[in-house]
Every structure is written in structure tokens, then in C-alpha cells.
Write a protein that binds this ligand. Structure first.
Ligand code: PMP
Length: 456
């Protein structure tokens, strides 16, 4: 049973003693006391199916026994800073992690958060190329540290200080809300599929978005002097946005032709979540020069990493660089255990198997309800874009979104939200969920959407 302070005291302290910028989900926030695999338990002992995994952070399951055991074992042996002596775990983890990556992506620097990882990726791109300018995509989220906040292209997360110096945003290749439609690499084709002509597996919208990217390179950057291009392989916070077929491959080619390196932000899409591949970018048939990862790498433990090639990594040896906790013995032990758990529990296979099933079921809800505009995603990184009207694609208003979100929670399921207007429901559970969990979810969504439409 729960032994902590009263719900009302916790809520009061949150208002009085925690920074007001913190996001709190639901009109009546849940007080979470315990977790086990795909389940969370509140202070009353009520169980929730966690379909957001603390924003994609818990990869193999809450309090996964193997991961917890590894952390505890290491904690009882040694807690220390990372890098001034040799200790075995960080080396073993470096090898295990880089073994999962293709090509020359074989050198890692461990940090503690996704923002730190993207800060370092920007720095590496600039050091290696000797150039300064970076191109990102509108609607992307890459962190909130002053450096990374410049990469995050949503005004929801912006303060008015100079955080985007040298960063230029290209139009977001969003097949649903973007300027042009397009196919995406998904079993459920975009509702704009019919609007885009596909020739040899490439759709016409891809070229239009690439032209627009080229325009940014032509007009905003000294000729041929790009430092880097950064993109998520599926936008997470932006609302599970998948790019049209072939976009990322062409964008990488264009960035390199302009002197830049390519950075894949795998903070959400990595570690098997997309099912078909271990890394999200592999689904786009590209090999980046720098890969950043966080969240799922530590299954809830603060851990992140930047992996790059020896040549790019070497540019950092011009000065010393230090990170007290990045890759410390406990983080490294956790990281190794997560990789073991992904393999032993076959979580990537589970994402591959359940993803299409889940998406088909969500597509049935899309076809049934006027407020579900689009369903998309890959593996267990799924999204449902909610609309007022399927023709105009006007985002469902905040009040209706909030009510539906609360109702889903009240029936025992926690999901996330994203998109520029908070109009996308995001489903990114711990990768251990079962088909019964999917069926339960679809039943709950059906009930809640039916009620929402009835009351509109
Ligand atoms: N990149 C992506 C794609 C993210 O989703 C996030 C966090 N939502 C970050 C970077 C930043 O990670 P952190 O919060 O650990 O700094």
C-alpha cells in the first residue's frame, strides 16, 4: 500500500514548490507510486496500462527485474564518475551499444539526457566541418537546454532569448498537415495518398519538400558551408509524424553535398521500437554520421549517448571534455542490461508483430469516427491525429482533446499527446505489451470516442 503524503499535499507542493513550467497530464493528475512492466499503480492502488512509457522512456518495462538487478548489483560495488580511471562496465557498454550501429558509427560519448546529446552532436558537426550553420525541420523536438532549444522548432517550447543562432528550419515534410501530401512507409497509407503520385517508390511530395530544403540551403547558408542536418526518424513530440517515402535519404544526400554531416536523433525511435529495425533511421535506408540517443537506452534511468565515427570523434580531442556522470558504472550496467532485455524478451519482435495489428485496429476507429483524422506510426510508436473536420483537418479543440484524454485515463489507460496544437494522441508503451493490451486499448478508445461524438 501507498505510504507517501496525501494526494492533496503532493498537489499543493507541486503548485508551490516545483517550477510552474512543468507539464502535468490530465485535469486531475495521477499520483503514481509504483510500476511493473507495462503497468503503473496510483496511490489508491489503481492500476493503469501505461501506453506512454513516461514519454517513451521505459523501453523494456517498468522496474524490469533484470535491469533493476543490474543497477542494484553495481550500486553495491561501485558508484563513481565516468572517465578518470578505467572500469569495465563503460567499455563493455560502449562495445555493446556501438555493435548495434552500422558502418563507422563506432565511437561513443555518454551523457545524461537527450538535450545534452544533441548539444554535443551540434558541437561535433561544427568542429568536424569547420562550418556553423545547422538545418532542422519545423515541428521537430530535440531538447530544451539553451543549445538544443534552438534545434527544437515549436514555439510551445521557446523562450525569447537567442537560442537558435545559426539554425535554419526547413518545411516539415508532414504528409497530413504539411503543404503537400505523400505516402509514408507504413501499412496504413496516408489519407493524402491519392494526392501524390508515386514513381519508382518515390512520391512527388518528397521532391517538393526536398526543393524547399534546398531553398533553405541556397538562401540561408554560406555556399556549401553547412555544418549539419538533424532530424528524428519519426517525429515524437511533434505528433508521430512520418516523412514521405525517400525524404530522409534525399535530405541526407543534399546536406552532405552542401558540406554538412547528418545527425539522426534516435531519442524516441531507437532501441527496436519501430519493430522492423533496431534504429529508426534504418527504416529510411540511411546511415547517419552522428546518432543521438536517450530515454529508452536507460529504461527510465538517466542515460544518453552520442555515437559517431572515429574521424568526427577525433575533432573533440583538440580540448579536454568532461562529463561527471555520463556513462558512470551504474548507468553503464543499466545500459547493458537493457540491451540484454531487448534481446531476451524479444521486444523488437514484439513491436514488429503488434505494431501493424495495433495500427489496423486504430485505422478501423479512424474510419468509424469523424474526429479521428489520421492514424500512423511504426512498431510501437503510434499516433492518432484528432480533428474537428476530416476535410479541413482543423485540429480538434483543446477542450475536447482534454476531455477525451481524461476519459481514457479514467478507463485505466495513460496515453500521451503531441503535435503543435496538442491534437495528436501518442501511443508509445513499454515494448513488452501484449495483444490483449492492444485489444483492451482499442475497446477503451472506441467507448470514449463514441461518447465524445455523441456529446458534440
Ligand atoms: N530528442 C527527442 C526526439 C526527444 O523527444 C527529447 C525529449 N522529449 C529530447 C531529444 C530531449 O531529451 P531530454 O529530455 O532527455 O533532454
Amino acid at each position: 500500500p501507498y505510504k507517501g503524503p496525501d494526494y492533496s499535499d503532493v498537489l499543493r507542493l507541486r503548485h508551490e514548490r516545483l517550477n510552474p513550467s512543468l507539464v502535468t497530464h490530465f485535469s486531475q493528475p495521477v499520483l503514481i507510486d509504483q510500476g511493473h512492466m507495462q503497468w503503473l499503480y496510483d496511490h489508491t492502488g489503481r492500476r493503469y496500462l501505461d501506453l506512454f512509457a513516461g514519454i517513451v522512456t521505459v523501453s523494456v518495462g517498468h522496474c524490469h527485474p533484470k535491469v533493476n538487478a543490474a543497477a542494484i548489483e553495481q550500486m553495491q560495488k561501485l558508484c563513481h564518475t565516468t572517465n578518470i580511471y578505467l572500469f569495465p562496465k563503460i567499455h563493455e557498454f560502449a562495445q555493446r551499444l556501438t555493435d548495434t550501429l552500422p558502418g563507422d558509427l563506432k565511437v561513443v560519448y555518454f551523457v545524461n539526457s537527450g538535450s545534452e546529446a544533441n548539444d554535443m552532436a551540434m558541437m561535433l558537426a561544427r568542429l568536424y566541418t569547420g562550418n556553423f550553420d545547422i538545418v532542422n525541420l519545423r515541428n521537430s523536438f530535440h531538447g530544451t537546454s539553451p543549445y538544443a532549444a534552438g534545434l527544437t522548432a515549436h514555439n510551445t517550447w521557446k523562450y525569447s532569448f537567442a537560442n537558435g543562432f545559426g539554425i535554419h528550419s526547413a518545411s516539415n515534410p508532414d504528409p497530413y498537415q504539411g503543404l503537400w501530401g505523400g505516402h509514408r512507409d507504413s501499412p496504413i497509407q496516408s489519407v493524402r495518398a491519392e494526392e501524390s503520385e508515386v514513381v519508382d517508390g518515390v512520391c512527388s511530395s518528397t521532391d517538393k519538400y526536398i526543393e524547399q530544403l534546398n531553398e533553405v540551403l541556397e538562401y540561408s547558408i554560406p555556399k556549401g558551408k553547412l555544418a549539419g542536418f538533424i532530424a528524428e526518424s519519426i517525429q515524437g513530440v511533434g505528433g508521430t509524424v512520418q516523412f514521405p517515402l525517400g525524404y530522409l535519404k534525399k535530405a541526407f544526400e543534399l546536406a552532405r553535398a552542401n558540406g554538412g554531416v547528418c545527425i539522426a536523433d534516435e531519442v524516441q525511435a531507437g532501441f527496436g521500437r519501430t519493430g522492423d529495425h533496431f534504429w529508426g533511421f534504418e527504416g529510411h535506408d540511411v546511415v547517419p554520421d552522428i546518432v543521438t540517443t536517450a530515454k529508452g537506452i536507460g529504461n527510465g534511468f538517466p542515460l544518453a549517448a552520442v555515437v559517431t565515427t572515429p574521424a568526427i570523434a577525433n575533432t573533440m580531442s583538440k580540448a579536454l571534455h568532461f562529463n561527471t556522470f555520463g556513462g558512470n558504472p551504474i548507468s553503464s550496467a543499466v545500459g547493458i542490461a537493457v540491451l540484454d532485455a531487448i534481446k531476451e524478451d524479444k521486444t523488437q519482435e514484439n513491436c514488429q508483430k503488434l505494431g501493424p495489428y495495433f495500427l489496423q485496429k486504430l485505422a478501423q476507429l479512424r474510419d468509424k469516427y469523424p474526429i479521428v483524422g489520421d492514424v500512423r506510426g511504426k512498431g510501437l510508436m503510434l499516433g492518432m491525429e484528432m480533428v474537428e473536420d476530416k476535410n479541413t483537418r482543423k485540429p480538434l479543440n483543446a477542450q475536447a482533446m482534454g476531455k477525451i484524454w481524461d476519459d481514457i485515463k479514467d478507463l485505466g489507460i495513460l496515453i500521451g499527446r503531441g503535435g503543435h496544437y496538442g491534437q495528436v494522441f501518442r501511443i508509445k508503451p513499454p515494448m513488452c505489451i501484449t495483444q490483449a493490451d492492444v485489444d483492451f486499448t482499442v475497446g477503451v478508445l472506441d467507448t470514449v470516442f463514441e461518447k465524445a461524438c455523441r456529446n458534440m
